[in-house]
Design a protein around this ligand. Structure first.
Ligand SMILES: Cc1cc2nc3c(=O)[nH]c(=O)nc-3n(C[C@H](O)[C@H](O)[C@H](O)COP(=O)(O)OP(=O)(O)OC[C@H]3O[C@@H](n4cnc5c(N)ncnc54)[C@H](O)[C@@H]3O)c2cc1C
Length: 409
């Protein structure tokens, strides 16, 4: 049976950045599994623009030579800003070809403990052993579907992660549930595709990031207000952008700042695209039932809607139990809090040799880990651990190195 030192599950921004860093650790045999940028290709809508700004959208390699600027230079072309989804996918694949050409386009179907490491099964039937596993498998399995929509037949309802091409809803009536970027951008794309759309939002108002957009245009002042990774409101963003510091804050502060940093909001540039779309705020759906091939929704103000489709843009709730490739015995050995694994400074779980990157690391390292911008810190900390470093309380110098991200550009 083949063996390796480290197996990385997933070839999105986190898996690829981690692989690029681990390749630089001498003598380490690393295998990377997954189709590069697959969840961006399959689970985000055509026409989407990245909400994260340029400075927060680089994948990370140890030499910082594979940034978006380097990609533009290689391409001999300028990327638009905000970055269109398709161009970002192309960038991710270019990064993969340059930094991790050995990526294996196979899915991992099972991981179990097999001391002194792990045993894995791939979807082509191969079995292999590895000393360490790094799970960078993303959020798609954690898509949240509110229970009031249970029981609606599949053609009438979908989660936003299931809709790649919203143009199929042209001339149809669609209700979008949710008030965050995904709901609002889906509504804009649906409207532009010729659908009749309404957005139903629980919150009393949409939180538009228009004030934040103005504060981002103040040059030096903006840099004082926002960390380049740009997660969280003015000021708070500097704490979120320093995970070593963030994880030392009292738990209550971490939770409060995290909630504030990822609250549902819409980018300012979406606002003009939604002027003709009905947005019903302060409303929730109390019941949903099929009527023929349509859906009847009852709202809490007593009104009803009868539509062709309900699009749940209701976000994601991290629970690593949703990763079906984890053997139950292994899953049960991982110390978890509210579905998140508890991770030490090297992104390692209570099971030695098992690491998680990306959104599952957000309980331990803060909301930065939910975004591409966190990949630089995570990859460096992981590489440091695997190369034999990563103390639980890094020295100020180590913290500075970990946090000097490519996002600084
Ligand atoms: C609609 C939408 C818009 C977003 N916009 C932004 C944005 O503008 N900026 C930003 O920073 N973040 C954005 N995000 C968050 C974004 O998902 C994360 O920042 C980013 O994808 C994290 O990278 P990742 O590598 O952890 O996950 P992913 O990009 O999801 O990569 C995980 C990969 O693992 C693969 N995988 C899963 N299971 C297996 C398996 N068993 N075997 C092999 N491979 C497997 C998946 O196919 C996938 O390719 C957005 C999210 C959504 C849903």
């Amino acid at each position: 049976m083949a063996t390796c030192d480290v197996a990385i599950v997933g070839a999105g921004p986190y898996g690829l950045s981690a692989a690029a860093h681990l390749r630089a650790v001498k003598g380490l045999e690393v295998r990377v599994f997954g189709e590069p940028m697959a969840s961006w290709e399959r689970h985000m809508p055509i026409g989407m623009l990245l909400r994260s700004p340029w400075s927060a959208s680089h994948l990370a390699d140890p030499s910082e030579g594979l940034t978006l600027e380097a990609y533009q230079a290689a391409l001999g072309d300028r990327l638009p800003r905000p970055i269109p989804l398709g161009r970002f996918i192309e960038y991710g694949r270019w990064f993969q070809r340059c930094a991790v050409p050995q990526t294996e386009e196979k899915n991992v179907v099972r991981i179990d403990a097999s001391p002194p490491g792990f045993r894995m099964r791939l979807d082509d039937g191969e079995e292999c052993r590895t000393r360490r596993v790094v799970i960078a498998a993303g959020i798609v399995p954690c898509a949240w579907r509110p229970p009031e929509f249970d029981g609606l037949p599949v053609p009438c309802i979908s989660h936003s992660c299931e809709q790649r091409d919203l143009r199929q809803f042209a001339r149809r009536q669609v209700v979008v549930i949710g008030g965050g970027q995904s709901a609002l951008e889906s509504a804009a794309l649906l409207h532009e595709a010729g659908a009749d759309v309404e957005v139903v939002v629980r919150q009393p108002r949409i939180h538009w990031l228009d004030r934040s957009a103005k504060l981002h245009r103040l040059g030096l002042v903006s840099r004082l207000l926002y960390h380049p990774s740009d997660v969280g409101p003015a000021g708070v963003s500097h704490l979120v952008g320093r995970p070593t510091l963030f994880r030392q804050l009292p738990r209550g502060w971490q939770d409060g700042l995290a909630a504030r940093s990822i609250r549902a909001a819409g980018a300012a540039w979406l606002q003009p695209r939604l002027t003709e779309v009905q947005i019903s705020t302060g409303r929730s759906v109390t019941s949903a039932r099929p009527v023929g091939d349509r859906v009847r929704l009852q709202l809490d103000d007593g009104t009803e809607r009868c539509v062709d489709h309900v699009l749940l843009a209701t976000g994601y709730r991290i629970d690593i139990a949703r990763y079906s490739f984890l053997a139950v015995r292994l899953l049960n050995a991982i110390r978890r809090i509210d579905g998140f694994p508890q991770l030490d400074a090297g992104f390692e779980t209570s099971v030695r040799g098992l690491h998680f990157l990306g959104a599952p690391a957000a309980w331990s390292f803060g909301p930065l880990m939910r975004f591409v911008a966190g990949a630089s810190y995570a990859s460096r900390a992981l590489a440091l651990r695997i190369a034999g470093g990563a103390a639980d309380r890094p020295s100020p110098e180590t913290a500075r190195v970990l946090e000097s991200t490519t996002a600084g550009r």
